[in-house]
Unconditional design. Structure first.
Length: 243
């Protein structure tokens, strides 16, 4: 029996050591398929033109000297300058009260007020002089208040690719930046629609100019896990908790 217990303890210890070693390893950043870069679309005619013909000059290899470097085709890159800053505050206060009182006096019947006796707590004793007079009263009060404030700021640059060109010329862009640190990974993901007129000469555009913008900044790893609330604590503050 002692040998079995010792073997079991050794297996449990080995398993715990393995879990600790695995938790200490920092995994590589993961790619999100929804924000994957878009590749340029090559038409069949361009593929035929790029075939070797033996000539010095070939169609498709020309250099356009008077064309700017702004993104306009699928697969082109464009730099988004993050300039997000939000601030919101909210407060609420509620007060309510209600009181009610009802009194029924002893009626008069044929010039007399009815009275009756009721048995008392002590055996053979009675409570004398009782009447039909009744009085009811109630009072309710409620007071509640709450306030909330939030401030966020996100700055930096992220270069994304053009994933689609809409019929009106607007560009659909998407992309992500993955950063690996000692204790985890950081992800910046962005997607939206850009007007060509909002693109600067250096092929940059402010994030405030993005239409239907999706900006995600999150992470994983040891530091991110430390900032998460445990499942038991989430249960006690959740909507299903009766406390």
């Amino acid at each position: 029996m002692n040998a079995r217990i010792l073997s079991f303890l050794c297996e449990v210890t080995g398993l715990m050591v393995s879990l600790v070693l695995l938790s200490g390893c920092s995994s590589a950043p993961k790619h999100d398929p929804e924000f994957a870069p878009a590749m340029p679309v090559v038409a069949a005619s361009e593929e035929e033109q790029s075939a070797p013909t033996g000539g010095i000059y070939k169609a498709g290899d020309e250099i356009i000297l008077y064309e700017d470097t702004k993104a306009r085709r699928i697969g082109d890159t464009i730099t988004i300058r993050l300039a997000e800053k939000t601030q919101a505050s909210k407060s609420a206060k509620t007060d309510s009260s209600r009181s009610q009182e009802t009194t029924l006096k002893n009626p008069t019947i044929y010039g007399t007020t009815p009275q009756f006796n009721t048995p008392g707590i002590i055996p053979l004793a009675t409570n004398t002089g009782n009447s039909l007079e009744t009085s009811l009263s109630s009072s309710h009060a409620f007071a509640g208040s709450g306030s909330s404030s939030q401030s966020n700021s996100l700055t930096g640059d992220i270069t994304v690719t053009v994933s689609d060109v809409l019929p009106n010329g607007n560009l659909v862009v998407r992309g992500e930046k993955r950063l690996n640190f000692n204790e985890g990974n950081e992800y910046i993901k962005i997607a939206g629609i850009v007007r060509p007129q909002d693109i600067g000469p250096n092929n940059t555009v402010l994030s405030t100019k993005l239409a239907d913008a999706t900006i995600i900044y999150n992470g994983d790893g040891t530091i991110a896990d430390a900032n998460k609330m445990g499942w038991l604590a989430r249960f006690f503050i959740g909507v299903i908790s009766p406390f």
